[in-house]
Structure formats: structure tokens, C-alpha cells
Ligand binder design. Structure first.
Ligand SMILES: C[S@@+](CC[C@H](N)C(=O)[O-])C[C@H]1O[C@@H](n2cnc3c(N)ncnc32)[C@H](O)[C@@H]1O
Length: 272
């Protein structure tokens, strides 16, 4: 999906960033040293709504912070940007099929939350020439990569938005579709982020959530970077989203579709 020169630039950026250091991060793959750094910090330090979370001993790569029985993983750092742009990702994850199957119109507004390097943002932007992609991430270094790619000729209908751990930074009712690829499991405040995402959806809008299949131990990804279908559905239902369907056409990941309930007509008594 990326031109060779762009990949080189991303890798170079990653190497430079490793020297400079950064946020508490982890890697997604089975190897600890594939990309990024591990730090002792956990996201638990910034909890604002503790009633949703429990704290226990952290497992390897975990934060020790639990939401609805699931341990939240660490955030994948920008140091791992080149892993997101690895040349065999399309074949491995069938990212082409993923994009093809998204419910899109030419003028859709799509929010790619946890956009990383914009791997999906740019792929989607080409499919919605009259629409726009709002690429949200909490790491400014990731957004800088996206801006850099735009400056190098990548589609211009991608806008970067710096969110925070509890909020997308998106306006209310803006998105026809919210896409989350390999990102939700590492949100340090999934409840607050979930509520913010629901607010950002138009009534009747959809959310597509992609996560490695937690039911399949043969998928070579650390367990905390996978989710079961049951767990995802429970967490999205807790936000008031309706589960529409789960599709399993991707080799390693679930493709779950949720819907924001359409606005309800007000049936109160008529007023004079
Ligand atoms: C594993 S990367 C996936 C990137 C991209 N979706 C992809 O598949 O190429 C996860 C991204 O989610 C971002 N992230 C983590 N917590 C977030 C939050 N609360 N809000 C927005 N982005 C977040 C991280 O900074 C990271 O860039």
C-alpha cells in the first residue's frame, strides 16, 4: 500500500524516535523486541472513573488494569510504526479485503480511531473521493507520519486529530463510520473512549471493530492483543451499540459490525 520511499521514511522516523524515547509502549507481535520499547509505567495512573476498572497484578505486556474481566494491554508505541507498514501485511491480514468490505459511500465521513501511521486511513480515503477520513491517535508522532505522507502526495482527504486517552477529540454526530483496527484492546480507558465514540457517531452510523481472534491460540500474537467475539460484543453492548454481524473472511481477525441505534421519535403526549 505504501511506496518504497515512504516505507523507508517511516522506518527512518521510527529509528530516530527510538533514540529520543517516548510513551509507555509495547509491541503487538509475539516477539518482544520486534519494535518499540517496554517501560514500567502503566496507564492505570490516569484513571478518572475507577468504578469501571479493577487492578490486579499485571501479566506480561499487560497493564494490570481490567475492564469487564479483560486485562488492557499496553499501547503500541510509535517506535513500532514500521511494523504497521510491513510489506507482507496485506497478504498476511488481507487488509485489501478488509477495506473492500467496509460499509462506505463516496461521501462518507469515517473516523479511523487509533489510526497509527494511517495505513487504513489512506486506503479508505481513496474509496471515498467526496468524503473524508478523520485519523485520530493519541501519539503526535503517529500523526506526524500521516501529515508527512500527505505532504508526499498521499490522499489529502485525511485529517489528523490528536485525541487523548479518554476522548477522541471528534465533534458530536460527525461520523458515518468508526473504524478500529487492532487498537481498541489497548485503550487505557475503554469505557470513556467508547462513550466518546458513540457521541461522535451519527444516529444509525456504524462501528467496525477489527481484532485478532482471541478464540484461536494458533494466531501468533500475544494474547492481550487479541479479543474474543463474545468479549467485544459485551463491551459494545454496554455502550448501547447494537451488534449487527460478525464476519470471518479475514485470515486472523474478527470483523465485527455495530450500529448506533437510529434516533428514536419522541412519543410523549402532544402539547398545546
Ligand atoms: C496497534 S496500533 C494500530 C494502528 C492502525 N489502526 C493500524 O492497524 O495500522 C494502535 C494505535 O492506537 C493508538 N491508541 C491507543 N490508545 C488510543 C486512544 N485512547 N485513542 C486513540 N488512539 C489510541 C496508538 O497510539 C496506536 O497508534
Amino acid at each position: 500500500m505504501l511506496m518504497k520511499a515512504e516505507i523507508k521514511k517511516v522506518i527512518k522516523f521510527g529509528a530516530l524516535s527510538m533514540i529520543l524515547g517516548g510513551l509507555s509502549t509495547s509491541t503487538c507481535g509475539s516477539s518482544e523486541s520486534a519494535a518499540g520499547l517496554e517501560s514500567g509505567d502503566t496507564a492505570a495512573a490516569v484513571v478518572t472513573r475507577p468504578e469501571y476498572y479493577q487492578f490486579r497484578n499485571a501479566s506480561r505486556g499487560g497493564t494490570g488494569k481490567f475492564y469487564m474481566g479483560r486485562e488492557i494491554s499496553r499501547v503500541m508505541g510509535y517506535q513500532g510504526a514500521s511494523w504497521l507498514e510491513r510489506p507482507d501485511r496485506e497478504r498476511e491480514q488481507r487488509t485489501d479485503l478488509l477495506i473492500e468490505n467496509l460499509p462506505l459511500e463516496a461521501d462518507s465521513v469515517v473516523a479511523d480511531i487509533g489510526a497509527g501511521t494511517g495505513y487504513f486511513s489512506f486506503g479508505i480515503a481513496k474509496r471515498i473521493p467526496k468524503g473524508r477520513v478523520l485519523a485520530v491517535d493519541i501519539q503526535p508522532q503517529m500523526l506526524a507520519i500521516i501529515e508527512d505522507r500527505k505532504a508526499s502526495g498521499a490522499p489529502s482527504n485525511v485529517e489528523t486529530i490528536l485525541g487523548n486517552e479518554r476522548d477522541t477529540g471528534l465533534p458530536e454526530g460527525v461520523a458515518d463510520l468508526i473504524l478500529l483496527v487492532d487498537a481498541y484492546h489497548e485503550f487505557s480507558h475503554p469505557r470513556e473512549m467508547g462513550e466518546a465514540m458513540v457521541r461522535a457517531l451519527k444516529p444509525g452510523g456504524r462501528m467496525v471493530l477489527i481484532e485478532y481472534r482471541g478464540e484461536d491460540p494458533s494466531i501468533p500474537i500475544k494474547p492481550l492483543h487479541k479479543m474474543t467475539e463474545k468479549q467485544v460484543i459485551a463491551e459494545m453492548r454496554a455502550l448501547g451499540l447494537e451488534w449487527e454481524r460478525t464476519e470471518d473472511f479475514l485470515p486472523q481477525q474478527h470483523f465485527l459490525v455495530f450500529r448506533h441505534p437510529p434516533a428514536q421519535p419522541i412519543n410523549g403526549p402532544a402539547r398545546d
